[in-house]
Ligand binder design. Structure first.
Ligand SMILES: *Cc1c(COP(=O)(O)O)cnc(C)c1O
Length: 408
């Protein structure tokens, strides 16, 4: 006799809701922040530089420019490349809205490309179909932490005079053909929002090998002004000029002290995420009506998200029902993402709608993100496994042969 689902008044697997992601803050992080609070510089001081250096070393890249958020970092990247009115920028539609909004901030036009049905990553073939002489840049999003087809995209961009940008907000710590994320595109963008691989509260970084782009990024985050307050203090100079129109996208020393402290533990966190993903892969291999994401052999996946796909043809419940049933079990599942071209703003402004990116639209109806974060206990991981088996078993029309008599 199957266990009664929590959604049908049964006992939940978890008594408290387990969120899909969360930060990891320990005492050294608190000390690092407190130390800055007692110092002379709260913002635009030595910690910003120290963090940028450490982050650049971690990734293995010449320039790392830290900003107030991943979104500010994307905007700065667009500006540094000179993206503007009349330009088109190709963006995968299955992403967070910020990946496309940054194109609008610069007055350019986002062109939505579809994703590969197996990996849910930007489909190089669809980019090929959508690239035009107006394409200034391609934004590759390493969805869930899985690096994109960088060789394919780079060749395609180069042959059309377009620039490749990595929205690597999910993939810090991942690699592609042995090369670290952060070195794979002309500009690479990271986010330090609390659900991401490491946090500064809010924050972001752009990495590049180009010193010239690095200068443009630094100016952009500080109103378009040459040099910063720290530099002037060091030189004993008051003089500055505004070269471009920039913003106040500065990150604080308080945040960068936290970033430095977090960065030290990042490698072990990535390993922990991979171990959780490996456990899920094993546990769900025989689960009926659930398809796991394909991972390309040439990548090392950072698992910001662990995404499963429901086989709706083999379920008596839709995704919304499965979502609610899992939440009732205390599992904080989520959906990443409503395709950007289906958001009301984009529909209204660009007339986009269903049919534009059919693979992403179909995926959207069936995807679920399971909890994955480094401080998850093994017990939490097992609870997620138990809850997913419980809920899916209740709704699967045809159990897979291997699932019959399944015991854990
Ligand atoms: C988190 C995220 C961003 C934006 O980062 P913020 O730091 O929250 O501004 C951009 N793109 C993707 C894919 C993200 O996941």
């Amino acid at each position: 006799m199957a266990e009664r689902l929590a959604i049908e008044a049964g006992a939940p697997v978890c008594s408290e809701l387990l969120s899909y992601g969360r930060q990891n803050i320990e005492e050294p992080d608190v000390w690092a922040v407190a130390e800055v609070l007692r110092s002379d510089w709260l913002t635009t001081g030595p910690k910003v530089r120290e963090f940028e250096k450490a982050f650049g070393r971690f990734v293995g890249v010449g320039q790392a420019v830290a900003l107030s958020s991943g979104t500010a970092a994307l905007h700065a990247a667009m500006h540094a490349l000179g993206v503007g009115p009349g330009d088109e920028v190709i963006v995968p539609t299955l992403t967070f809205v910020a990946s496309a909004n940054c194109v609008l901030y610069q007055g350019a036009t986002p062109v939505f490309a579809d994703v590969d049905a197996q990996t849910l990553l930007l489909d190089t073939n669809d980019v090929k179909r959508k690239i035009t002489p107006k394409t200034k840049a391609i934004i590759a999003v390493d969805y869930a932490g899985h690096p994109c087809d960088y060789d394919g995209l780079r060749n395609l961009a180069a042959s059309h005079g377009a620039i490749l940008i990595a929205d690597a907000c999910h993939s810090l710590g991942a690699s592609y053909k042995g090369r670290a994320v952060g070195t794979l595109a002309d500009l690479n963008v990271f986010s330090f929002h609390p659900v991401k691989a490491m946090t500064t509260g809010e924050g972001g970084v752009v990495t590049t090998e180009s010193a010239e782009l690095g200068d443009r990024l630094r100016r952009f985050r500080n109103h378009g002004i040459s040099g910063d307050h720290f530099e002037r203090e060091q030189n004993g100079s008051w003089f500055y000029e505004m070269i471009d129109l920039g913003y106040n996208y500065r990150i604080t020393d308080i945040q960068c002290a936290l970033g430095l402290s977090q960065l030290r533990r990042l490698p072990e966190w990535v390993v922990r995420r991979q171990a959780i993903a490996y456990r899920y892969d094993q546990a769900f291999a025989d689960l009926p009506a659930v398809q796991l994401q394909a991972v390309r052999p040439e990548v090392c996946h950072a698992y910001h998200l662990y995404v499963i796909r429901l086989d709706s043809t083999n379920l008596s419940a839709d995704r919304a029902r499965v979502f609610t049933a899992l939440r009732a079990e205390g599992i904080g599942v989520n959906v990443h993402y409503l395709p950007v071209h289906l958001h009301p703003y984009y529909r209204r402004r660009f007339g986009t709608g269903p049919g534009l990116c059919p693979k992403a639209e179909a995926a959207y109806e069936e995807i679920l993100s399971l909890p994955i974060f480094p401080s998850m206990r093994d017990e939490d991981v097992e609870n997620v496994i138990e809850a997913l088996w419980k809920v899916i078993s209740a709704y699967a029309i045809e159990p897979r042969r291997a699932a019959i008599g399944h015991t854990r």
